[in-house]
Design a protein around this ligand. Sequence first.
Ligand SMILES: Cc1cc2nc3c(=O)[nH]c(=O)nc-3n(C[C@H](O)[C@H](O)[C@H](O)COP(=O)(O)O)c2cc1C
Length: 89
Amino acid sequence: MRQTPIEIFTRWFKEELKLTKVRIPTASCLSTVGQDNYPNARFVSLKEIVESNFIVTGTLTSRKGFEINETNKVALTFWWTETERQIFC
Ligand SMILES: Cc1cc2nc3c(=O)[nH]c(=O)nc-3n(C[C@H](O)[C@H](O)[C@H](O)COP(=O)(O)O)c2cc1C
């Protein structure tokens, strides 16, 4: 049976975790759109996936919290060094 994108993500992540020695393998780049309409990006740490939602924690009063609230436009990008896979959500 064909796997869903989340199932593929989970399988690929497990494959990476078996091989990687990096200290924060959940690190990913969270991109948002600023008030000036230009992108802003910073690293965050994926906490878990719940019902196809990627859970990242942080304060709502931070810049990213404000921008997510304002625009609802977000991208989360992973680069896994051992399996050489990049994932864009
Ligand atoms: C590897 C790594 C993981 C991070 N994980 C988080 C995180 O899960 N949540 C968070 O709020 N900030 C995290 N940070 C800090 C953010 O990159 C950022 O500096 C901070 O959240 C303020 O961002 P903002 O002003 O754009 O909101 C992490 C930084 C690094 C380098």
